[in-house]
Design a protein around this ligand. Sequence first.
Ligand code: PLP
Length: 387
Amino acid sequence: MAADRAYLDFNASAPLTADARAAVADALSMPANPSSVHSEGRAARRLIEEARREVAALVAAKPEHVFLTSGATEAATTLLSPDWQMGRGALRMARLYVSAADHPCILGGGRFAPDQVEVIGVDRQGVVDLGALRTALGHHERSAGLPLVAIHAANNETGVIQPVAEVSKVVREAGGVLVLDAVQAAGRIPLDITRTCGDYLIVSSHKIGGPKGAGAIVAAADLMMPKPLITGGGQEKGHRAGTENLAAIAGFGAAAREAREGLGRMGEVRALRDEIEAFLAASDPGIEIFGSGAERLPNTTFFSIPGLKAETVQIAFDLAGVALSAGSACSSGKVGASHVLKAMGRGDQAGALRLSIGLSTTREEIALFKSALDGILARRSGRERAA
Ligand code: PLP
């Protein structure tokens, strides 16, 4: 059956999976506070601990090293702090190093003052400049505190995967601490916190088919943690106060389990994405796919169509039934110039379109995308002939 809408914007938010929806519904009917000691409270607590185990399993971490938050932005703001604790002792991070293609929740520097944040460039494929990172860390003034490095494992716009093992080596040699924003990588490529070597990973529920409003900090060890962002009751071992969002967390856990189980099928997603890219190339050889010279997530393609502004094309796709993004449209629906393209030295581009899919994407949806593209290109040709 032909699809009348195709939702191809998984990197902005992946559709809620059936299991996550069921877990949310079950949790919503539970009356108790997970901190209460009665049977109802303990039942709610069990849901949270089950979700924690699933989030941990997704990145091969220990459940006791998972700290649940309201999302990745909160997790980033918590971790990007100059003030840390190691046991009872205080620990200072003197400076934060981020990459120019990071998500705004990392680029913003969290709780660091703007002059304590140093931005490391990326190359034309969007891969972080390891030499520049090494040089910057070489100049780090250690007497003031440790260097904290935060970088995305995979880019939300291009899907470009960063060389995290090399980044980790550079950070380790400099005696620094590494935060990996694994929001887009989780569930799309295998992640093992002990092997990817980040000291902390950030994950988000709604990018992997869970509900919006849940996320986590995952630590590789329990040596040290940042000063909490939210204080109050002692939830999450005092690292994140506030009564837990039980329904969102339960859905996050279900989605994390499905994402882990679905990892072995990401080849199917890659095949669909590659088919889309072959169609783009055959439709107009001038279509450029950004970051295609680097290793990329299997589900993302970020492209521009010559002679057409990305925002205009996005609207044309929407009218034809296809939802995709022009750049990363994750901030209040506004479409600005992509800072990722700028960082890649491609600020000359009139924007780009991001198509991102998942295991639930159907061939019918891809067929709708193809026919919408045909229509857009035919209208462009018509205009060019008339001009
Ligand atoms: N990091 C990356 C790479 C993202 O793509 C996003 C969302 O677009 C975030 C962080 C923020 O996630 P959340 O919506 O859970 O705050």
